[in-house]
Design a protein around this ligand. Structure first.
Ligand SMILES: [Zn+2]
Ligand SMILES: [Zn+2]
Length: 262
């Protein structure tokens, strides 16, 4: 059993063969997928993500405005996402939200403000959060500490690429750490060393597809079935069997999001 804790299969990249992609994931042993809505909150991007989850019992949804789109966040966007999260039981998390200082598609002060605001929204709904943080370790942890210090639902740092210190600070806040296909890339030896030092009972795996296709499929469009490659890499790092890592990360997902994973 494997769980893809973060994918974007509602996007146009899959319009031609979405059902095949979903069936390939099932055939590979992926029992659960969390489809994270993203895009312009004034478009129908998030409705699309929730609709997909409503249609399949093994696909859940998350809603939240990505730091890239923080400049588009306003009261109307907030209400639209709140309504979606309240109306559908398939919405099990708020995200992805956070800070991206690599691309800076939105001004940093706006990113920080919108991140904090959405953490408070997640709390008001009692949902765990999915956090995207790139080249913003210190600010991300500071904002999480301020907003979620005593919050029991916690969340996940997705597609982890930060420092060991950041990972342990997040775990102290009750967070899980999720690794994507970049764990398998040739270069990030330091990322693998961090993954080796973190306790398996705080780890999740994801594809973040269509991005970050793992070795040996790099360069192709990614899809949930490929989460197995990341599980395999993690298994080697921890000296465990593939099935065991699939099982543990699946159980972790169930604990964090409070859903059955098989
Ligand atoms: Zn992300
Ligand atoms: Zn993502």
């Amino acid at each position: 059993m494997f769980v893809d804790s973060h994918c974007h299969i509602d996007g146009a990249e899959y319009d031609a063969d979405r059902d095949d992609v979903i069936n390939r994931a099932r055939d590979t042993g992926v029992t659960t997928m969390l489809n994270v809505g993203t895009g312009d909150p004034h478009s129908d991007a998030f409705e699309r993500a929730v609709e997909l989850a409503e249609k399949h019992t093994d696909i859940y949804a998350a809603v939240g405005v990505h730091p890239h789109d923080a400049k588009l966040f306003d009261g109307r966007a907030e209400q639209r996402l709140l309504d979606l999260a309240k109306q559908s039981r398939r919405v099990i998390a708020w995200g992805e939200i956070g800070l991206d200082y690599h691309y800076d598609h939105s001004p940093r002060d706006v990113q920080r403000e919108v991140f904090g605001r959405q953490l408070r929204l997640a709390r008001s709904l009692n949902l765990p959060v999915i956090v995207h943080s790139r080249e913003a370790d210190d600010d991300t942890i500071a904002i999480l500490r301020e907003a979620l210090a005593d919050y029991e639902r916690g969340g996940v740092l997705h597609c982890f690429g930060g420092s060991l210190e950041m990972a342990t600070s997040a775990i102290d806040l009750g967070f899980f750490i999720s690794f994507a296909g970049n764990l398998t890339f040739k270069k990030p030896e330091d990322l693998r060393s961090i993954a080796r030092q973190l306790p398996l009972d705080r780890l999740l795996i994801e594809t973040d597809c269509p991005y970050l296709t793992p070795v040996p499929f790099r360069g192709k469009r990614n899809e949930p079935a490929r989460v197995v490659e990341t599980a395999q890499c993690l298994a080697e790092l921890h000296g465990k069997e593939l099935e065991e890592v699939g099982h543990i990360t699946g159980e972790n997902f169930g604990k964090l999001f409070r859903v059955a994973t098989r």
